[in-house]
Design a protein around this ligand. Structure first.
Ligand SMILES: Cc1cc2nc3c(=O)[nH]c(=O)nc-3n(C[C@H](O)[C@H](O)[C@H](O)COP(=O)(O)OP(=O)(O)OC[C@H]3O[C@@H](n4cnc5c(N)ncnc54)[C@H](O)[C@@H]3O)c2cc1C
Length: 449
């Protein structure tokens, strides 16, 4: 049993923690702040659009054609397929199903009434009823922030033309919030629908307005807790004799929060120790630990490649955690996993420099919505097939450290629609490669003295 430290509690960190604990390791997650799941959708986009911006119909087949340094090219299509199945199995164990597979992009309805491609989705977002049923009713709620039923209905009419009747309806739940108090979010409504009073209110106001020939398009409100979501959906659909379809992601992201909650529950059950407010600010190597005992230059270089401890700072006193291996899941610039300055980008814990153009104007296209991948989006940590960080010559910089998720180089998640896909698959792959990483490190250690 090895001591594995995971840095970061976003989707990739929490998943890696679960897999490492299942593999029999002693796992500690050092976590500071929340991951992007709190604002992003809890759906797993694998690969939506190719480099020309064309919709990809079979993501796994397309992934087999990608070149390094794209993270998928390091993993290979077979490992990616395995990782998606492992994710489905883990979430199903927690009572929350994900539908789909890597060979098919499903059409996920968005909060502006368009559709985006995604591979693994919860049943509440599954949209076939929108395509199959002749009537669509977009359900709105007064005071709900950033949700515009008329805009959704307008875009759905535009998409389907005369083939469907699209209308809107307003439901007034009796929540104790309101304009004088604060904005109402989808999370408030999701919590409201976890109560029997909230569900009765919803049913009473919609009864008679819908039926088996229509689909109700709703914000993500079918419960905050993942384990309740399916039963809430079934009860409302049974009582209204209709089909409900949630649209993806308006922050705070209820679907993302469901997944976040599920992964934390899974971590707890598997005995993972999650340390909150543990901001990892640095590390010590075997060279630091051995001081002057190592004489030969060659051995010094080897010792510098072994991470011995992680150092946390932040709110409390500084603390040092000893480790056998580290999985770094700290996200991109959004989450602090990468730091950008004028003409410079670096990874802050291990001080890894990311090669970027000196002139910041070369980092991006002049136009944000230029229909092409953005150079800056693909900047990140370079790794080998085991996800160990490497220098431009391909040499391992740190032997017992692996990077996963958003901090990796070589992909534009926003353009490709591959964000959670890379996070989920690299988390699985890192743990699968842990034995190799630990063996590499043991060999280095043995050669030190
Ligand atoms: C608005 C938005 C919408 C998105 N929508 C989708 C979508 O619909 N589908 C999809 O597939 N993808 C989507 N994505 C992309 C997806 O959310 C990310 O690719 C994915 O969440 C990355 O996960 P991660 O675990 O690598 O990083 P993150 O989720 O960013 O987690 C990193 C974690 O590490 C912590 N951390 C950072 N530094 C340290 C440190 N030094 N010490 C301790 N902890 C640290 C951070 O606080 C954070 O908790 C979206 C992203 C955004 C921003």
């Amino acid at each position: 049993m090895a001591k594995i430290a995971i840095v970061g509690a976003g989707i990739s960190g929490l998943l890696a923690a679960c897999y490492a604990a299942k593999a029999g390791h002693q796992v500690k997650v050092l976590s500071y702040g929340q991951g992007a799941l709190t604002v992003a959708g809890g759906i797993i986009d694998l690969y939506g659009y190719d480099a020309e911006g064309k919709l990809v119909t079979d993501p796994l087949a397309h992934i087999a054609t990608l070149k390094k340094p794209h993270p998928y090219a390091l993993l290979g299509a077979q490992r990616i397929e395995e990782a998606l199945e492992a994710f489905k199995a883990l979430t199903a164990e927690q009572g929350y199903l994900y539908l789909g597979d890597g060979h098919c992009n499903q059409k996920v309805p968005t909060a502006i009434g368009s559709f985006k491609p995604s591979c693994l989705i919860p049943p509440s977002i599954e949209s076939s009823a929108i395509f199959e049923r002749p009537k669509l009713i977009v359900v709105g709620f007064p005071l709900l922030k950033d949700y515009y039923p008329k805009l959704i209905a307008k875009n759905l009419r535009h998409f389907f033309g005369d083939k469907k009747e699209v209308t809107t309806v307003e439901v007034n739940l009796n929540w104790p919030t309101g304009r004088e108090y604060r904005d109402v979010s989808a999370l408030d409504l999701a919590r409201e629908l976890e109560t029997s009073v909230g569900r009765l209110n919803f049913i009473t106001q919609l009864k008679g307005k819908c039926g088996p020939d229509c689909a109700l398009v709703i914000p993500p409100i079918l419960g905050e807790r993942p384990e309740l979501s399916a039963s809430i959906q079934q009860e409302l659909e049974r009582e209204l004799n209709t089909k409900l379809v949630e649209v993806s992601t308006i922050p705070p992201s209820v679907t993302g929060l469901r997944l976040d909650r599920l992964l934390r529950q899974a971590c707890l059950k598997l005995g993972v120790d999650i340390v909150e407010k543990a901001h990892v600010v640095g590390f010590t190597s075997a060279l630091d630990a051995s001081g002057s005992h190592i004489r030969k230059q060659e051995s010094k270089e080897k010792a510098a490649k072994i991470c011995k401890t992680l150092i946390t700072g932040g709110f409390g006193a500084s603390h040092e955690y000893s480790v056998d291996a580290v999985i770094v899941a700290t996200g991109g610039a959004f989450s602090g996993g990468l730091v950008t300055q004028m003409g410079r980008m670096y990874e802050p814990i291990f001080g890894l420099e990311i090669p970027v153009p000196e002139d910041q104007r070369d980092w991006s296209h002049q136009y944000l919505f230029c229909g092409q991948p953005q150079p800056f989006a693909a900047y990140g940590v370079a790794v080998n097939e085991n996800l160990q960080p490497v220098n431009p010559a391909g040499e391992i910089i740190l032997s017992n450290v692996q990077f996963i998720g958003r901090s990796l180089q070589g992909y534009d998640f926003c353009f490709e629609k591959s964000g959670n896909g890379v996070a989920v698959t690299t988390a699985y792959h890192a743990v699968k490669q842990l034995d190799t990483v630990l063996a590499d490190t043991a060999a280095l250690n043995a050669a030190l003295f």
